[in-house]
Each structure stands twice: as structure tokens, then as C-alpha cells.
Design a binder for this molecule. Sequence first.
Ligand SMILES: [Mn+2]
Length: 385
Amino acid sequence: MWPLIPALSCSQLLRLCPSQCEPAPASQPAPPAAFPGHTASIRPEPPLSTMADQAFVTLATNDNYAKGALVLGQSLRDHNTTRKLVVLIGPHVADPCREALRSVFDEVCVVDLMDSGDVAHLALMKRPDLGVTFTKLHCWRLTQYTKCVFMDADTLVLSNIDELFERDELSAAPDPGWPDCFNSGVFVFKPSNETHENLLTFCGENGSFDGGDQGVLNSFFNTWSTADISKHLPFVYNLSSISIYSYLPAFKQYGHGAKVVHFLGKVKPWSHSYDAQKGEVKGHSQSSDQSQLQPDFLLQWWQLYTKSVVPLLQRAYGDAPFNTGFVQDSSTNEGEQQACSHAPPPPPRRLTPAERKQRWEEGQIDYLGEDSFANIERKLDSFLK
Ligand SMILES: [Mn+2]
């Protein structure tokens, strides 16, 4: 539980810390040495002081991604992380969302590229399409920390992952679509203004081969795939939901060890709606057979959101309405309206096999319909027989 919102932000506190850590005044006797020849000063630092200079960092560019960031932050808290939590937000995130974020994160940093440093401004002038990417690259400017782990707001932590801080920059897991590239949804980095400027200059000159941060980062850290195997995070630290479907037998073998799930693709957990009474994600059903095979990560996301995030948002919004994403009890008028606004779109017409193949190849996979877990499993079984 995080009942108190600190009056000072983490960076303010860090700035205060040095004065509190100064050596005792000379008038006070020095503490006796525990052993002859040993002084207090060579004792190892208490663990907390090393934790305070490391942080998990995420990014919320709008109110929807703020929900994702809140779930991610809460999942890190629930698994007792000893590191700081930082969220970068875009200037358009609403005030109540910021308030909720402040109750989960140690630091909420507004990143407004228009009034950030010259290099960022110049790069943005050249490539306005890469605005969100530049916002993410801003994480390198968090130089009050010596090491950080960036995590996309569409990830969910399933166990304590503090051991990631033993890795060096740039450590990341392979991308399921092109495993010689790393996926930039989870990566270990070392904040540095110099690296930040180099990244922006590189980005302004070379653009991004995929239009986003993953393309830029893979071109910049271009020896990742060959130079040092210790920088390859095991796939369980960034298990993309897409891989459950694309390589089901591997998921059955290794999926139980998942530590971070990443909801890749256009449809995010918060794009669904949730029936809190029945405990069902709308348009997403899992039979008991399937739930024995795979944990239902989407349901886990909604359960955590319902239990820990909605109360924070309710407190922050007060009487003002906000979109919980819940399907309301349809017995009330207001509820009907809500249910309508969250109702899933009508089912699309049936696609031809060629159209389906094309969509699949474009990454538009109909997880809930034709390409559902059950259908793919049936197909796989027919091959294996
Ligand atoms: Mn992502």
C-alpha cells in the first residue's frame, strides 16, 4: 500500500540527500572502529542506498497508456521491487491521471519536447513523425539514476525482476518477429546526457527503419545480436503475447517461467472492456481446458486494474466521470449508455483465406476469432497427428 503521496518528488529528495549524508561534524567523536584497523567508512553501503540510484522507467503519452503504466507500476510494487519507479508522461495526460500515477510512482516526469533541450528540438523539427520515439529516448536523461530498466506501459510483471539490474546497457530480449533485433519493450540502460544527444543526432540523420523507437535503438546499438550474449535477456523477460500463438509448443514448454508479458500489437488490454461482475474480458473467452494450458494474461491485467488501479482513479477523478472500461449493469439507464459506448464493434464479415493470410502477415491477427488459441491448437494438432 502507498497511502502517502510524498510532498517532494524523488529527484527533489535525491538533491536533498547529499547534505543529510555528509560526515558527522568534527566536534562529535568518531564512531569506534569495529575491529582494529577497520573504520566505519569501509563498511559496505547499506542496500537501500544502492537501490535508490536504480529505477524502473515507463512512458505514458496519453490517458490510456497511463492506465497501462499504473497496472505495470502496481505489478512491480506487488512483487516487492526494491528499485524506484519513474514514469515519463506526455503533456496531454490529464491531471487526475497524473495524481493517480503519483501514488504508484516515485517520480512523474512531464516530457515536453517543445521546451526540452536544443538537440531534441532540432531533431523533432527534422522528423516530427518521431515525436513519441523522442519522448521515449528521453529516459536517457534520467541521470539521477546510474542504471534503469525501461518497460513499455503495455507490459505486466508476473514476478520480481530486480535481477535485471545486474545486466549492462543495452540488454534486451529478442523480438519475436525478427530475433536478430531486440524488442524495445523491456531494456536495461545507463542514463547519460551524452548517449541521449548521440541518439537524437543519430535519429535526426538516419530516421527509424520501422518508424518507432525499436528501429532507432537497434540501429544505434547495432552489435546487440552478436557482441555479448550476456546482453540477451531470456525471452521470459519480454514474452510477447503474439508468441503464445505463433509457437504454441514452446509456450507450453517454457511459458510457466514467464516473468514479464508484453501485450504487443494494436489491441491493448485497455482497448477491451471488462465485466467486473462476471470477471470476464469482453470478446475474450477461455475455456477451462485452455486455462490449464496457459495463464490468462489479459484477465490478469484486468483483475489487477480492477483491484488496485480503479480505486486510485476514482479517488483522483472524484465526481468527474471517466472511462473505467467496465461494462456496467445494464439495469440502469446510465449503465446502458456505458455498456453501449464500450460494446465491442459488430463482427467483421468473414475474410477469404488469402485476406486472412495477408492480415496475419501484417501482424493483424484475429486472436479472438478465426485465429483464436483454440483454432490454432486444432490446426497444430492436425499437423502433429
Ligand atoms: Mn509495447
